[in-house]
Design a protein around this ligand. Structure first.
Ligand SMILES: [Zn+2]
Length: 324
């Protein structure tokens, strides 16, 4: 089996351990740096905030986290390195891009003459640079490519990202993990990537727990790819009880070797932060890096899910995604 690229270098697949497959240790909203009232970027303070957010996972024996932050959301591999070193948790970082609506596209649009003709090669060259040579001058290499699509459609730019990621994955074997919006476009993402020739075992379609339809789930799973139930605790989109019920349906149908778990939590952000109404605070009260380990897995076990099934989702599936 292939070794796995973490922010501190290569590790053997058997050293990965229990893994959260889609989190953001540090991520910020595009435009925060235009706010004259936001504090300057202070890496030391950011590290401390990330450590505070992550330390509750230590008693549960978490081995690794896939950080799904694309470059548009202020990925900072130096912070990831420090957090990994101090907490002794493996961190796998991403190359890749965010949605057209919420990412940073003006520069690439201008370079490609506002068409998408050259955009696939532009994006592919960028991904390959980071995969083969490392991110900036950090020597850190990403372990996954992150791609994303918007609500109810895949824009031409998002399609270019998927096609560029597919090329890079076919050449290097690097896995592709995805963002889907509000439980839409999962089947279309899988079809596009598999149609481009990516090995389905190297694909994880994300945020699938945002759609409770078993038909939708099967439309994705029937294409041979993996899926992530990776927004536990974000109950303003869908209550955890419905995510759990959908997951139990899939596990009862024999899909335990294709599902992985996570929260899409953000450990810390730059800028002044958003104002969350009371209702929003209530609906994210459990959203954290520890919710799956502390609350969701025990709830699954109460419902009859076995320790072996949990181990398959938390340990074996991430290892296979990253290293087979
Ligand atoms: Zn995310």
């Amino acid at each position: 089996m292939k070794k796995i690229n973490t922010v501190l270098g290569l590790i053997a697949p058997e050293d990965l351990g229990s893994t959260l497959v889609h989190e953001h240790i540090v991520a910020s909203q595009p435009g925060w740096e235009c706010d004259p009232l936001s504090r300057p970027y202070d890496r030391g303070k950011m590290v401390q905030r990330c450590l505070r957010a992550l330390s509750p996972v230590k008693p549960y024996g978490l081995g690794a986290i896939i950080d799904a932050t694309p470059v548009d959301l202020y990925r900072d591999v130096e912070i990831l390195k420090e957090v990994s070193e101090q907490l002794q948790i493996h961190i796998i970082c991403s190359t890749g891009r965010y949605t057209e609506k919420r990412g940073k596209w003006d520069y690439l649009k201008a370079r490609s003459g506002n068409g998408v003709g050259d955009m696939v090669s532009e994006l592919y060259d960028g991904f390959m640079q980071e995969i083969t040579r490392g991110i900036g001058d950090s020597a850190v290499k990403p372990g996954v490519i992150k791609v994303a699509t918007g609500l109810n459609c895949i824009s031409s730019i998002e399609e270019a990202v998927l096609r560029a990621a597919a090329r890079a994955s076919k050449e290097t074997g690097i896995p592709i993990i995805t963002h889907t919006e509000d439980g839409t476009m999962g089947p279309e993402q899988a079809a596009l990537l598999v149609g481009e020739g990516v090995d389905p075992k190297r694909i994880m379609i994300g945020h699938m727990c945002g759609n409770p339809s078993l038909k939708y789930q099967m439309d994705v799973l029937s294409q041979g790819v993996n899926i992530a139930f990776d927004r536990f605790g974000l109950e303003m989109f869908l209550p955890d009880k419905i995510r759990i019920a959908t997951l139990i349906g899939l596990l009862g149908s024999g899909y335990e070797d294709r599902v992985m778990l996570s929260h899409d939590f953000i450990g810390c952000s730059s800028g002044r932060g958003g104002v969350m109404p009371e209702e929003g605070r209530r609906l994210t009260a459990n959203w954290s890096f520890v919710h799956v380990l502390r609350d969701i897995i025990p709830a699954l076990k109460t419902a009859g899910i076995t320790d072996a099934q949990v181990r398959t989702m938390m340990v074996d599936n991430p290892r296979r995604l990253l290293s087979d």
